[in-house]
Design a protein. Structure first.
Length: 573
């Protein structure tokens, strides 16, 4: 028995994590201004401090682990510092930077942390391509993924953040660009307070309490974002409180409790957005008359808009429940659209009422709303609602060589016929028939079209096509296109619908960003590869391209198209 206990103790102590011997802090202290420090792969425990202009690079497999509750990495009172390719684990804060100028944090993975990256009183900051994962505790016990305070000229781009309090928190910052990030399962996707000169472009906010929260902030542009599935009791896609001078343009608000809510705000322009399948698309309280809602699309929402007695200025929007006509043929309805809906208000409060939406009593109630409010000109009325054609454009594709040959044959036949040589009648008839066959029976050619990131959305997940280099598309035999943001979504579509109506299918080559045939591509899979919907499959044209990718991003499993049919598809963590 004693021997067993001794063996167990020996195993316990010898199996602890071995920490690498390279002394990071010593290397930092000995480095001169402008030096680059390459940290060998390994696990390093400590609390490290940088106070000089250096570059810190981690080899693949480099992890820094906090020794106590202090930040793993402090960067302060320095210029021109770059930190790249590290994995950081901490009980409290991962990285804290104070009074910095020209700081870049790139390709850093912070996992199971309270606060990911905390920046204050700094200028010219770049936070790029990082992955931040919090924990499963309550929002009140979590910290922010990226937090920036009292700083200037900040770029936060291509980061993936989940399970934190606020994915990106910005307070008292001048000139900040938040672009192409993805924030999920957090309280607020991005939260602005007391800031100026804000750009929020091409981001994805999914399944947070609220996608975007903007408070006491001026001079904003919020464009081309996908804001989806924020449908808790107090959830909003975009909430703007005491906000001035904002352009909200070409975003997709999908499946939210409230798509956009404006409170005590002025000079807000909401243009060319897509509001789809929200409980309430728009909500306004104390919104000034200089704010306009113009040229948006409202489809499948329970309630288009609601407001206080100041109303909202609706202009030239498309509404799927508009029943007027366009007699003048100018593309706009001849009678105003009235967004007031008594039953819609009730459905928002009691969603179970939606099962009665098509009942005769509800139809009568909606008609009464329209009639009673026809004379209203200020409260939730669009005087010239936009109409859309349901006609789909079709393309005729002919084989150019066959077209030319067919036309030549037909012209020669007509020339012979005009000569009046009766002996040539049979030949003329045959030539004309050949010409008709050659012109009319050319095999249809299919070609990929370019992706429009501002308007295209994935057929399967309804997300905007933000990362074009991962996109896919199917050309149907009737000429229609179905667009996808990830090869996984494309395969889901094929499994559900089959390929009987598919003319061609294309996927982007990650190495060249060119379209290629889905059936001929070479695929590589690793659950840790980042893709827009986390399927972890990347497409290439050659094995050399695959090998180059794996050299940089890690080994993966090589797959052909037929392997994708049996792959265990699913969203990977």
């Amino acid at each position: 028995m004693k021997q067993i206990v001794l063996f167990f103790l020996f195993f316990l102590f010898t199996s602890q994590t071995a920490y690498a011997e390279f002394d990071i802090q010593f290397a930092i202290d000995q480095a001169k201004a402008g030096d680059s420090i390459h940290i060998p792969a390994g696990r390093y425990q400590g609390n490290f401090i940088v106070k000089k202009p250096i570059k810190l690079y981690g080899q693949k497999g480099t992890e820094l682990y906090a020794q106590n509750d202090e930040p793993v990495l402090k960067i302060e009172h320095a210029t021109n510092v770059s930190i790249e390719n590290l994995r950081i684990t901490a009980k409290n804060k991962g990285i804290v930077a104070n009074e910095m100028v020209n700081l870049e944090l790139r390709a850093i993975e912070l996992k199971d942390i309270q606060v990911g990256i905390h920046i204050q009183r700094s200028r010219h900051i770049r936070i790029l391509e990082n992955k931040i994962i919090g924990n499963y505790s309550h929002f009140a016990e979590k910290g922010n993924g990226i937090a920036v305070f009292k700083s200037e000229d900040v770029a936060i781009e291509h980061n993936t953040i989940k399970q934190v309090q606020d994915g990106i928190y910005v307070e008292e910052v001048k000139r900040v660009d938040v672009q192409r990030n993805k924030v999920t399962n957090s309280r607020y996707g991005t939260h602005f307070m007391y800031s100026n000169g804000v750009k929020v472009l091409f981001n994805t906010y999914l399944q947070n309490v609220t996608g975007l929260m903007v408070m006491m902030t001026t001079n904003l542009e919020i464009s081309s974002n996908t804001i989806s599935t924020h449908n808790g009791f107090n959830s909003y896609g975009l909430m703007m409180y005491d906000t001035q001078e904002a352009m909200v343009r070409k975003n997709s608000f999908l499946h939210n409790r409230v798509g956009v809510a404006l409170q005590k705000s002025s000079v807000i322009q909401i243009q060319e957005n897509r509001f789809q399948m929200n409980q309430t698309a728009l909500e306004g309280t104390k919104v000034d008359e200089r704010s306009t809602i113009m040229e948006n699309q409202f489809t499948g929402n329970i309630l288009t808009a609601r407001s206080d007695n100041q109303g909202l200025r609706l202009m030239h929007n498309f509404y799927d429940d508009y029943t007027g006509l366009d007699v003048a043929g100018d593309g706009f309805g001849d009678v105003p659209y009235v967004a007031v809906s008594s039953f819609g208000q009730w459905m928002v409060r009691q969603p179970v009422y939606q099962f009665f939406v098509a009942s005769p009593s509800v139809v009568i109630l909606t008609s009464l709303d329209q009639q009673i409010n026809k004379t209203e000109r200020n409260l939730l009325v669009d005087s010239e609602p936009k109409l859309m054609s349901n006609m789909k454009k079709t393309e005729l594709s002919l084989n150019s060589k066959q077209l030319v040959i067919g036309l030549v044959v037909t012209i020669c036949s007509l020339w012979l016929w005009r000569r009046g040589d009766e002996s040539m009648t049979r030949w003329i008839t045959m030539l004309i028939l050949c010409g008709v066959i050659l012109v009319g029976c050319g095999e249809k050619a299919y070609h990929p079209r370019e992706i429009n990131s501002e308007t295209d959305v994935c057929k399967v997940c309804n997300m905007s096509i933000v990362h074009n280099e991962y996109a896919g598309q199917i050309v149907l035999k009737n000429g229609d296109y179905e667009i996808f943001d990830d090869i996984g979504c494309l395969m889901d579509y094929l499994k559900l619908n089959g390929d009987g109506e598919v003319g061609a299918a294309y996927i982007k080559n990650k190495a060249t960003n060119q379209w290629m045939d889905v059936y001929k591509a070479i695929y590589v899979y690793n659950k840790n590869y980042w893709t827009p919907m986390n399927y972890g499959v990347i497409a290439f044209a050659t094995k050399d391209e695959v090998q180059h990718w794996m050299n940089d991003e890690g080994e993966g499993q090589l797959l052909a198209y037929h392997d994708l049919l049996t792959l265990n598809w699913g969203i990977h963590e």
